[in-house]
Design a binder for this molecule. Structure first.
Ligand SMILES: C[S@@+](CC[C@H](N)C(=O)[O-])C[C@H]1O[C@@H](n2cnc3c(N)ncnc32)[C@H](O)[C@@H]1O
Length: 279
C-alpha cells in the first residue's frame, strides 16, 4: 500500500464526518486548500492557521500528508543511523507537531517497503487534539504484521503549563519535527523554552529528524538548539525532493477529481533536513 492509498481511506472517514451536502462541503474544502496554500509562505512573519475545523484538516491531509510522509521515508532510507534504528525489536518515536500523521505514515511506509516489523510506539505531540480522529484506528487498516500503535499527547509548545505535564516521551528513541518549527517560528521567543527543555532532556543516543522549508531562519533555530544541548548533527543537507514514482495521485480517486482544479496534492519540496544524535 502506498501513502495515497492509506490517505484515501483516512479522507473517506474525514469527509463523511463533515456536516452538510457534498456541494457545500466541496466548496468549503476548495477554500481551505487555497487558504493553506496562501498562509504557509508567510510563516516567517505571522501564523494564524488553526486546524480545529474538520474542513481545514481534510484540506491539509489531502494536500500535504503524502508529500511529507514520503520525505520522511526517503530520508530514513538514505541515512543508516535512522534506518538501523528500525532493526531493533522495539522503537519509541515522538512526533512533535505530528498530529496530521505525516511523520508516522512516512515511518510506516519505510517499514513496509523495507520489510521491517519492530514494535513501534508513536506519540503524536500536537496542540490540536482532533487530529486523533484520523489516525486512532490506522493499525486496523494495515497488515497486522506491522505492530504499531499511536497515541496523542495534547500539548501546546507555547504553553508551559501544558507541556510541563509530560516527560515520559523524553525517553523516545527518535524525535521527528517535520514542518513544525516553521509553524511556530513567530512564537519563537516563547516556544524556545519548550525546545530547549526537550533537547536537553532527550536520552543520550536518541536521534532527531528535522525537515522544514529551506530557509536559514528555520534550520538556524534548530541548529542553535542542537549546538546548545549536545546534539551532534550527523547528516545535513538542503535539497529539492519529489514524490517517488510509486505514489499516484489517482489513488485519491474521487477526491483528486473533485479538487484537482483548485490544487493538486504537494509533489515537490525544497527542504532543509538534519539528522542529529544526542551525545
Ligand atoms: C504544518 S503542520 C505539520 C504536521 C506534520 N508534521 C507534517 O509534516 O505534515 C504543523 C502542526 O503543528 C501543530 N501545531 C501548531 N502550533 C502548535 C503548538 N503551539 N504546539 C503544538 N502543536 C502545534 C498543528 O496542529 C499541526 O498539526
Amino acid at each position: 500500500m502506498n501513502c495515497f492509498q492509506i490517505i484515501k481511506c483516512v479522507l473517506d472517514e474525514a469527509y463523511s464526518q463533515i456536516p452538510g451536502d457534498d456541494v457545500n462541503k466541496d466548496n468549503d474544502i476548495k477554500e481551505a486548500i487555497k487558504y493553506l496554500r496562501e498562509e504557509y509562505p508567510s510563516l516567517l512573519t505571522g501564523n494564524k492557521i488553526t486546524y480545529s475545523d474538520p474542513i481545514t484538516r481534510f484540506a491539509y491531509i489531502y494536500t500535504y500528508v503524502t508529500s511529507h510522509a514520503n520525505l520522511v521515508c526517503t530520508l530514513i532510507e538514505q541515512d543508516d543511523n535512522l534506518g538501523n534504528l528500525f532493526n531493533n525489536s522495539k522503537v519509541n518515536v515522538a512526533c512533535i507537531g505530528g498530529g496530521p500523521g505525516s511523520d508516522f505514515l512516512g515511518i510506516l511506509k519505510y517499514l513496509m517497503t523495507n520489510k521491517k516489523s519492530p514494535t513501534v510506539k508513536f506519540q503524536l505531540c500536537d496542540k490540536e487534539k482532533t487530529w486523533a480522529e484520523s489516525w486512532y484506528d490506522v493499525d486496523d487498516k494495515i497488515d497486522p504484521i506491522f505492530r504499531i500503535s499511536t497515541s496523542y499527547l495534547p500539548l501546546d509548545v507555547t504553553k508551559p503549563d501544558d507541556w510541563q505535564a509530560y516527560n515520559k516521551y523524553f525517553q523516545s528513541d527518535l524525535f521527528t519535527m517535520i514542518y513544525f518549527m516553521s509553524e511556530v517560528y513567530t512564537f519563537k521567543d516563547i516556544a524556545n523554552e519548550y525546545f530547549a527543555n526537550l533537547f536537553s532532556q532527550a536520552k543520550p543516543g536518541s536521534l532527531f529528524l528535522f525537515v522544514d522549508n529551506n530557509n536559514p531562519s528555520f534550520y538556524g533555530w534548530f541548529d542553535n538548539l542542537a549546538k546548545d544541548n549536545s546534539i551532534k548533527i550527523i547528516n545535513n543537507k538542503t535539497e529539492r525532493m519529489s514524490l517517488p514514482n510509486d505514489e499516484d495521485k489517482n489513488d485519491l480517486e474521487i477526491y483528486f477529481e473533485k479538487f484537482k482544479a483548485i490544487g493538486n496534492p504537494k509533489i515537490n519540496a525544497n527542504v532543509a533536513y538534519r539528522v542529529g544524535r544526542k551525545e
